[in-house]
Design a protein around this ligand. Structure first.
Ligand SMILES: NC(=O)c1ccc[n+]([C@@H]2O[C@H](COP(=O)([O-])OP(=O)(O)OC[C@H]3O[C@@H](n4cnc5c(N)ncnc54)[C@H](OP(=O)(O)O)[C@@H]3O)[C@@H](O)[C@H]2O)c1
Length: 263
């Protein structure tokens, strides 16, 4: 698989991983549709792309699931087809369970899980009709094992694996691919934008996120995984070994996470 002449729709394209994906893919002769809530920030990313004339800005809010079918129709009409949907838009969370309002749990599920599911379902008939399509879902290592103070985030990201593993099975016959990307720490604004117990943003950076992979390095590895049509890719530093440790000894992983600096 290569990206040449493919139409790629990226959510969460206004910053961090999505922004880096857009700029990198624009050098591979793709046509891009960039989505997130902030139109001005998306326009700024478009201006940084190699061929801005091949880039369309299409704002959306993943929490407004009822709007996503109509927006998908517009997205398909931009270039007449869509080859890949990169479900990257999302928010994180930093707060103890005991203090976290249910509104925060609901918000994380609405944006990270239901928004992604609604958008992917809206696009599914197009992929089925074309007998081709590739869903890329930016989950997290927190979609495979958990860490304290991210309960709502872990719940929403774990749920994505349940849904998309079923989609991959149901639509294997339609030549539809699913790649789950599980980043470890990547140095973006994800921690600053994370919701705290009352729903307000954390606003400051985490030490571990700061020390995480450079976003361009991460993007390169992510695009390799997509090209290889991997089912799942774990991309990070040593934290990614938590995936393998959970398979061998969940109790040992529990002890190591308790001892780690991840807060
Ligand atoms: N960085 C990490 O360490 C890390 C680790 C694991 C997983 N991830 C995942 O990677 C993805 C990208 O995060 P990032 O690290 O690049 O963080 P980021 O810089 O905070 O980017 C998040 C993106 O999601 C968009 N977004 C947030 N809420 C939205 C909504 N309601 N509707 C539509 N778009 C929305 C934001 O755009 P607007 O504000 O313009 O809407 C922004 O473009 C997320 O799914 C995150 O969970 C990141």
């Amino acid at each position: 698989m290569n990206f040449k002449n493919k139409v790629v729709w990226i959510t969460g394209a206004s910053s961090g991983i999505g922004k880096s994906l857009a700029i990198t893919l624009s050098k591979e002769n793709c046509k891009l549709i960039l989505s997130s809530r902030r139109k001005e920030a998306l326009m700024a990313v478009k201006a940084l792309c190699n061929t801005p004339e091949n880039v369309v800005v299409l704002p959306l809010d993943l929490a407004e699931t009822d709007s996503l079918a109509g927006i998908t129709e517009i997205a398909i009409s931009c270039f007449g087809k869509i080859d890949l949907l990169i479900n990257n838009g999302g928010i994180s969370q930093r707060s103890p369970i005991i203090d976290t309002t249910i509104a925060v749990d609901r918000k994380l599920m609405e944006v990270d899980y239901l928004g992604t599911v609604a958008l992917s379902k809206a696009l599914l008939p197009h992929f089925v009709a074309n007998k081709s399509g590739h869903y890329v879902v930016v989950s997290s290592l927190m979609g495979k094992f958990s860490s304290p103070f991210r309960s709502a985030y872990c719940g929403a990201k774990h749920a994505l694996h349940g849904f998309f593993d079923a989609l991959r099975l149901e639509h294997d016959k339609d030549n539809i691919k699913v790649t789950m990307i599980c980043p470890g720490f990547v140095n973006t604004d994800v921690a600053r934008n994370a919701l705290t117990a009352d729903g307000s943003k954390q606003t400051h950076q985490d030490e571990m996120t700061e020390k995480g992979l450079n976003v361009e390095v991460f993007t390169k590895k992510m695009l390799q995984a997509i090209k290889k049509e991997k089912f799942e890719a774990y991309i990070g530093k040593k934290e990614r070994f938590g995936i393998y440790l959970k398979r061998i000894s969940p109790r040992l992983l529990h002890k190591l996470v308790l001892r780690s600096k991840v807060r």
